[in-house]
Ligand binder design. Structure first.
Ligand code: DOR
Length: 448
């Protein structure tokens, strides 16, 4: 395997930013030295990265790449290409495909397919149903068990307490919950009847419904000493609850940038059903609380919930239009833009977007610029300003809720295990992506 030298970039670690030279050999970071120290090394390729910033590759721990079954929206190739363009070097894919990934066999098939199609590294969730406990226990390769406590896209749903009790009680794998109480949502929907419009969406899928499900999941995690990750938190109420009740190392939470970058009612008025997702975009007070919780460490990581639906599907109007929006490609640019706005630091980004997901899921060799770690890296131009534009994206659906926004700070080269998968607008052949390795010892909690 060729060696690669990256000279003079500003390297981002949780401790700060400083210029370093980096040598990559055999897919791993082999040396990190002060500028100039490696200039006589005879590498197969040398990249002069002066003026650029080098971060660990971003890890997106929640995407829906739609394969199998809904590949008109996205597939593993197009989704992972969008990831590469966005500086995302590893992703965790959700099980609400068609058929859903609810068996060990389905998971193995997905992994085999991903090996041939993915540009970046990957992991897959196994989906819980009320009666597939044996499969959940058999799905050793899964990065975790996904439970939809409230129904969303697809057929997966475990909404009844006795079924949830059984899943939490058996096995060790991390449980990731889509926490919305299905009964409350149904009751709210029935109460509204035919009168419901898109503007009712965040109230049908109410903050109370989110808090109720999160409260139950936390109770079950504590009772069973079971590792729990609360996906895409959306309410101030859940933040306050987790601030009090979260057990460090046992329970963690994530936020999607759209939940603090978009808000009700303005973005519903502007975007129509393109703003519709589950759990919903809410009023400004929730967004503010989520951002602050991320800064305070109550929320440990970001994710996109990249959930592409075609423009034709979105045009069906409320309530027929499917919920969800793409995001894997714009995750890093929207966050780099916030760094340029002075709202957070590059080191914050590394903690939330790289180290955080790697630590929370027990990924081996990911999330850090450190000797011996996988050379999953993204070179960023912090000065580059570019407009997000529908029709100019890699995701199959080719639209973004950020269409028309000019963002400052963009990834320009992405490396996965030492190989450029994206460079100056061009992509490598698909098939370089590999399964992420998860540390088996990590399943023993608590993990700090
Ligand atoms: O809005 C959403 N869309 N939320 C989900 O939980 C699922 C996702 C999808 O797969 O479309």
């Amino acid at each position: 395997m060729a060696s690669l030298l990256i000279l003079g970039a500003e390297i981002v670690t949780p401790a700060g930013v400083e210029p370093k030279d980096i040598l990559i050999e055999n897919e791993k970071i082999s040396r990190i030295e002060n500028p100039g120290s490696l200039s006589s090394f005879k590498a197969d390729e040398i990249v002069n990265a002066q003026g650029l910033t080098l971060m660990p590759g971003v890890i997106d721990p929640q995407v829906h790449f739609r394969e199998p079954g809904n590949t008109h929206k996205e597939d593993l190739e197009s989704g992972s290409r969008a990831a590469a363009a966005g500086g995302v070097t590893a992703f965790l894919d959700m099980p609400n495909t068609n058929p859903p990934a609810t068996t060990a066999q389905a998971l193995r098939e997905k992994i085999a397919l991903a090996k041939t199609k993915c540009h970046v590294d990957f992991g897959f969730f196994v989906g819980a149903t009320p009666d597939n406990l044996e499969e959940l226990l058999a799905a050793k390769e899964a990065c975790g068990i996904k439970i939809f406590m409230g129904s969303s896209t697809g057929t997966l749903l475990v909404s009844q307490r006795p079924d949830l009790e059984k899943i939490f009680a058996k096995g060790h794998k991390l449980i990731a919950v889509h926490a919305e109480d299905d009964n409350m949502i149904k009751a709210n929907r029935e109460a509204m009847g035919d009168k419901a419009t898109l503007m009712d969406h965040p109230f049908i899928r109410s903050p109370e419904a989110a808090l109720k499900a999160t409260t139950l999941a936390v109770e079950l995690a504590k009772k069973n000493n079971r590792r729990l990750h609360v996906l895409h938190l959306t309410t101030e109420e859940e933040v306050r609850f987790l601030e009090k009740e979260k057990v460090q190392g046992l329970i963690s939470a994530e936020v999607c940038p759209q939940h603090f970058l978009l808000q009700f009612p303005e973005d519903y008025e502007r975007l129509g059903t393109y703003a519709q997702m589950n759990p919903p975009i809410r009023e400004a007070r929730h967004g503010k609380a989520l951002w602050q919780a991320l800064k305070d460490g109550i929320i440990e990581c970001t994710a996109t919930d990249h959930a592409p639906h075609t423009r034709e599907e979105k045009a069906k109007g409320y309530p027929s239009a499917p919920a969800g929006m793409p995001g894997v490609e714009t995750l890093l640019p929207v966050m780099l833009n916030r760094v340029n706005q002075g709202l957070c630091s590059l080191s914050d980004l590394v903690r939330w977007m790289c180290e955080g997901p790697a630590r929370l899921y027990g990924m081996v060799g990911k999330g850090k610029i450190e000797v011996g770690y996988d050379a999953d890296l993204v070179l960023v131009d912090m000065k580059l300003e570019r407009k997000v534009q529908n029709g100019h994206l890699q995701t199959k659906v080719n639209w973004s809720p950020y269409d028309g926004r000019t963002l400052k700070g963009w990834p320009i080269m992405t490396l996965v295990r030492g190989r450029f998968v994206y460079r100056d607008g061009k992509f490598n052949e698909p098939g370089w992506g590999k399964p992420i390795q998860f540390d088996p010892a990590w399943e023993k909690i608590p993990h700090k």
